[in-house]
Every structure is written in C-alpha cells, then in structure tokens.
Write a new protein. Structure first.
Ligand SMILES: [Fe+2]
Length: 173
C-alpha cells in the first residue's frame, strides 16, 4: 500500500511550498503557545525574578511594536498576600500563565485556584483580581495584545482576598 508521502510527495522535501513560519503569534492560541514556550525556558526567566515585600515586582520581557502584531510580555512575582486589585485590561486581550507557586483569581463567577502551569485567556473588558493566598511566593507570566495601555481599577468584591492594589498596578496586573 502506498503511503501519503509516496502518493503526494514529502512536503518537507519542498520547503519553498511550506507556509512561512510567522515570527509572532497572530491568534489567541498562538499567544498561549508563546507563553508556554517561555514558561518552559525556566533558565531564561528564573534568574530575573525578584521578590519585593513592599511593592509588586514586575519586569517587561518583551515588547513588540504595534506596527506588527503588537504585544507585551511581562514577568511578575507575588509574595504571600500580594494582589492586583480588581481591574480590567482596557482594550487588551491577554494570557496569564502561572510559572511557579499558586495564585487565586477572583472573578464574578467566584475564586479559581491557578497552580503552576495554569493558563487563563481573556478578552478586552474581562474583570478579575489576582492574589497570592498561598504561603509561598508565586511567579506569573502575562502577555497582552495589543500592549497594555490602560488598566482601570474596579471596586474590590473579594474583601477576604487580602490583596491591595499597588501603585505599580497601573500597567502591570
Ligand atoms: Fe489582570
């Protein structure tokens, strides 16, 4: 019996016929995949992480200008008790990926525990509050597309979350 390769030819043998590999994600799934690939490269992000008990720590890993796809990648740390405050992300969509530890996301539907490896994808207008309710520090990766330019704060619904909004939250949830 002939195989598909025997019948149609090996597409890998004709690289000029393959679609070009995009340099940047162009779909939500693509951004989620980018987050997973960054998460898997622990040696690249782990040395950058800092923990700050006085204010939320964050670091911008990547900025791709609006002229192309337009997105930003942020690395954030959360010591126990730190939180984002309740907010949305303006016109940006996003992918939140927990790299280490555990975070709790509060939304209108209730709390959701996010262990290392968990991902949340959200559209513009999505409102949430993220806190570290655990006893160990946590690290998360956030991709916003387009890049985050506005992060309106909302009145907190989770009085028991213990997460107070830090001034740095203006552009880093
Ligand atoms: Fe957020």
């Amino acid at each position: 019996m002939n195989s598909d390769v025997q019948i149609a030819g090996d597409p890998l043998a004709l690289p000029h016929l393959l679609p070009p590999v995009p340099a940047h994600p162009a779909t939500v799934a693509g951004f989620a995949g980018l987050a997973r690939s960054i998460a898997a490269d622990r040696a690249a992000w782990a040395p950058l992480v800092r923990y700050d008990t006085t204010t939320r720590w964050y670091h911008r890993l990547r900025t791709v200008p609006q002229a192309t796809v337009g997105y930003e990648v942020w690395l954030l740390s959360w010591v126990p008790g730190q939180g984002s405050g309740r907010h949305d992300h303006g016109a940006s969509s996003g992918v939140l990926t927990v790299l280490e530890g555990e975070l709790t996301e509060h939304t209108a539907t209730g709390p959701r525990a996010l262990a290392a490896g968990a991902q949340r994808v959200f559209a513009p207008g999505y409102v949430h509050e993220v806190v570290n309710d655990a006893l160990a520090p946590a690290v998360s990766l956030h991709i916003y597309f387009p890049g985050l330019t506005d992060m309106p704060m909302h009145p907190s619904q989770a009085a028991s979350s213990g997460g107070a909004a830090a001034p740095s939250e203006v552009l880093a949830p």
